[in-house]
Design a binder for this molecule. Structure first.
Ligand code: INI
Length: 166
């Protein structure tokens, strides 16, 4: 593993609220963008590993695909509004090209997901890689820098459990 960001250590001070990593009672949606599918399939594989590890029941998973990262906010909103999920994990990969397209796609995706999260009150997790090149993306999709899909599910479970406590 390279030296990189990891989810920070959890607080164990008495009286502080920290959502648990127990996913056994939770319903989790996962939306994956097909664009840069070689990477996003790996993110989804990481997400499945975390869903298994955190004991999110198979019947409580809703998995959907969209064409690209730009479409993630709308699908996340539909899932969140359906009442079928307690959190939505959004997976995608935006690689910087030679035009400004990257900035629009990545920026609008991030902005849209945050908007859905605040509007619906459900955790909408930003599991979207935004990298300079394909290699950097692969490193973060099960390579030397871990798997962002796995981390995104851990975040979804922690946040859903936290919101249930406050
Ligand atoms: N979508 C991505 O998920 N990643 C990209 O890198 C990307 N680039 O570079 O263009 C991308 N574009 C497609 C976009 O998400 C929409 O699907 C498309 O514009 C239709 O709305």
């Amino acid at each position: 593993m390279g030296a990189t960001h990891r989810l920070p250590a959890r607080s164990d001070r008495e009286g502080e609220l920290v959502g648990s990593e127990d996913g056994s009672g939770l319903r989790i949606g996962v939306v994956t963008a097909r664009f840069n599918e070689e990477v996003t399939k790996r993110l989804l594989a990481g997400a499945y590993e975390a869903l298994d590890r955190l004991q999110v029941a198979a019947a409580n998973r809703t998995v959907a695909w969209v064409p690209g990262a730009y479409e993630l906010p709308l699908a996340a909103k539909a899932l969140a509004a359906s009442g079928r999920v307690d959190a939505v994990v959004c997976l995608g990969c935006v690689v910087r090209g030679e035009t400004s397209h990257y900035d629009f796609v990545a920026g609008e995706c991030a902005r849209g997901l945050q908007q859905v999260q605040l509007e619906t009150g459900l955790p909408i997790v930003f599991g979207v890689l935004t990298t300079e090149n394909f290699e950097q993306a692969l490193e973060r999709a099960g390579g030397s820098y871990g798997n962002k899909g796995d981390e995104a599910v851990v975040t979804a479970v922690e946040m859903a459990n936290l919101l249930a406590e406050v």
